[in-house]
Write a protein that binds this ligand. Structure first.
Ligand SMILES: Cc1ncc(COP(=O)(O)O)c(C=O)c1O
Length: 264
């Protein structure tokens, strides 16, 4: 069967074969070698500077988005600003609501672009901006160059849901003042479902976290993964798939080539 949805994608034979590797415990040195390789491979997709690191977690894309939102948005005085023009922007607002955080939402109709005029009016009073790169429900690629420019100009950190764009669209980490982006193995990277990740600035990962959830505590994952550990059982076979998928992406020419393929 050929899958024509944005993800999970149809696996290549190469990635499928990688799933057959020997059983491995997530507390063995062999696993930690792979975990380290994947984490480095993820930041290498966009040639991120050493100021960024990735955190690997078992769960679907929503787990990574919720870990990012819950761990990096604190209870401070200023509200977070969510830019929503589809299901996934609204879902980040729902996460903030459940976590009891202060937030505002700049809504647009699902058929409309992000309302950047409203963002520029409110960004100065906001602790951070949360947005969705590719709103998968409508297929809209949001104008992150303009939003990122605002975030950089106002020095407000940007938290990005890049679940359906990471590996297949341009992401400018420094230029967009990106504090973190969350994504998953089984969309543009062509891995299997079950493993997701956050790429974030190390200073944010090393600062005290805010996660109300034990499982989704990004700073805890980071601290342990930096020491070649893992707080919980990882989906080992999904890691095998992502490890191979990252090598395949590199062999094929990287995100630019994949973007061209999708555009065709
Ligand atoms: C932009 C975006 N964010 C979040 C998600 C949620 O990911 P998951 O279904 O893997 O939890 C998706 C899934 O399609 C998505 O496209």
């Amino acid at each position: 069967m050929k899958l024509l949805n944005p993800g999970p994608v149809t696996l290549t034979e190469r990635v499928r074969a990688a799933l057959q590797q020997p059983d491995l415990c997530h507390r063995e040195p062999e696993f930690f070698q792979m975990q380290r390789r994947i984490r480095e491979g993820l930041t290498a997709v966009y040639d991120c500077s050493d100021e960024y690191a990735s955190v690997l977690m078992t769960g679907s894309g929503t787990a990574a988005v919720e870990a990012m939102v819950g761990s990096l948005v604190g209870p401070g005085e200023k509200p977070a600003l969510v830019v929503a023009n589809g299901v996934y922007g609204e879902r980040m607002a729902a996460m903030l609501h459940r976590h009891g955080r202060r937030y505002d939402v700049v809504h647009s109709a699902w058929t409309e672009p992000m309302d950047l005029a409203a963002v520029s009016e409110r960004i100065g009073q906001s602790a951070c901006v949360l947005a969705v790169h590719h709103e998968t429900t409508t297929g809209r690629l949001n104008d992150l160059a303009s939003l990122g420019e605002l975030c950089r100009r106002f020095q407000v950190p940007l938290l990005l849901d890049a679940v359906s764009s990471f590996g297949g669209e341009e992401i400018r980490f420094e230029e967009w003042n990106l504090q973190a982006c969350a994504a998953t193995a089984n969309k543009c990277l062509h891995g299997v479902p079950g493993i997701s990740f956050v790429v974030a600035r190390r200073d944010a990962l090393e600062a005290p976290g805010h996660s109300p959830a034990l499982y989704l505590d990004l700073q805890n994952y980071y601290a342990l993964q930096e020491k070649d550990g893992s707080p919980f059982t990882q989906a080992v076979q999904a890691c095998y798939g992502l490890d191979e998928a990252l090598v395949e992406l590199r062999d094929q020419g990287g995100w630019r080539v994949r973007r061209d393929l999708y555009r065709q």
